[in-house]
Ligand binder design. Structure first.
Ligand SMILES: Nc1nc2c(c(=O)[nH]1)N[C@H]1C(S)=C(S)[C@@H](COP(=O)(O)OP(=O)(O)OC[C@H]3O[C@@H](n4cnc5c(N)ncnc54)[C@H](O)[C@@H]3O)O[C@H]1N2
Ligand code: MOO
Length: 347
């Protein structure tokens, strides 16, 4: 006979009792209790299992707890912490660590900097079940080590086991359809050696100082890659083409060309990238800022034309595409097309 089974062998249902705090001394809390002080604190004040003493009573009353529950979980139910934990475990893949359950919530955090993989349809299917919530970052978000990628939360304190089992089945079906891959993972980024070509006669001649190089270097270094070489060229198409070909011959993993991406007669970069022999996936991305970005491949080597806004705006289409490329993805026209929805960030 287990703890919840009756003497005649029947399954027992959950029993919850409300106890006035004054009568709860000597009992253990059935769940975490939260305090919120706007602007100062939000979090667990008392932990599940805490043994209530006389001294706790004023503190409990301060956070609005005139009663506490005693809880005997039935065979067909789950405590919020167990429910959130089981759902999180069913989703956890490579590059993800789980937090301890906390106020009915479990966080899935990035174990490394990388690209979050989240199947949106699965997230929606799980949230359709009800009583159990799954919130995630968007698919293909760049995440840093320790950053939350997703969180699971049970809505009621006690919920039917079958709801969690239904979610686990969906996660299992995902694994079967995806060669055993878990639904939520963080893909690592490769270390790229990058050749950088900065166009602009005003920079080449020394009229103004180069501000593009340091920005591009910093963005790559922040993701574990490096600009090995930066060259400068005036706005002369032929010279730009020759530099691109020579950077290609140097065997870099990626070639970046800055400036000259817009509509002026001196904007030579898109034509030069084309003339160098690149297959153009897209000139123009439906995202602001970064709409004048070009992406293509030169015999398999990614090449991007970076518009002036990349030097100025902290988050552009370059910041969306760069982690994908470093994760090893080949960018397609469809990837570009789908950037427009939700892609208005500035301008
Ligand atoms: N009439 C239109 N105007 C603009 C359009 C358009 O479609 N029609 N597009 C806009 C967008 S979007 C962008 S972004 C900008 C910049 O485009 P470019 O990539 O062509 O930038 P440049 O013309 O080469 O330079 C613009 C600006 O930035 C300075 N610059 C460039 N490179 C460097 C560098 N390495 N270091 C320091 N400063 C640099 C350059 O001197 C100019 O001041 O165009 C919009 N306009
Ligand atoms: O390439 Mo520009 O945004 O779109 O500023």
């Amino acid at each position: 006979m287990n703890g919840n089974e009756t003497s005649d062998g029947q399954l027992q249902s959950t029993v919850m009792r409300e106890i006035p705090v004054e009568e709860a001394v000597g009992m253990r809390l059935a769940h975490d209790l939260t305090q919120i002080v706007p602007g100062q604190f939000k979090g667990r004040k008392y932990k599940r299992g805490h043994l209530i003493t006389e001294a706790d009573i004023p503190g409990l009353l301060d956070i609005g707890k005139a009663h506490i529950y005693t809880l005997d979980i039935g065979d067909n139910d789950l405590h919020e912490d167990e429910a959130a934990g089981r759902l999180a475990a069913s989703l956890q893949g490579e590059g993800i660590v789980l937090s301890e359950p906390h106020e009915g919530k479990v966080s899935l955090r990035a174990q490394r900097t990388g690209l979050a993989v989240i199947p949106p349809e699965l997230v929606e299917s799980i949230n359709r079940i009800g009583d159990i919530a799954l919130a995630t970052v968007r698919h293909h978000t760049l995440v840093r080590e320790g950053q939350p990628v997703a969180a699971t939360r049970a809505i009621p304190l006690v919920l039917p086991k079958e709801k969690v089992e239904a979610a686990e089945k969906l996660a299992q079906a995902y694994r079967l359809e995806n060669d055993g891959a878990a639904p939520i993972t963080v893909r690592p980024l490769k270390k790229f050696r990058v050749g950088l070509l900065t166009t602009g006669s005003e920079v080449f001649s020394g009229r103004i100082e180069d501000k593009f190089g340091p920005v591009v270097r910093a963005k790559l270094e922040a993701l574990g890659s490096e600009v090995v070489e930066q060259r400068f060229t005036p706005d002369d198409r032929h010279t730009i083409v020759n530099h691109i070909r020579s950077l290609f011959d140097s065997g870099y993993d990626m070639i970046l060309v800055t400036g000259g991406m817009s509509v002026d007669p001196d904007d030579r970069t898109p034509g030069a990238i084309r003339e160098a022999g690149a297959h153009i996936v897209s000139y123009g991305t439906p995202m602001l800022p970064g709409s004048m970005l070009l992406i293509g491949y030169l015999a398999g080597v990614p090449i991007m034309g970076l518009p002036g806004c990349v030097m100025h705006d902290p988050h552009t289409s370059f910041d969306v595409l760069l982690p994908r490329i470093l994760a090893g993805d080949t960018i397609t026209r469809e990837d570009i097309v789908t950037m427009g929805y939700g892609g208005l960030h500035g301008c």
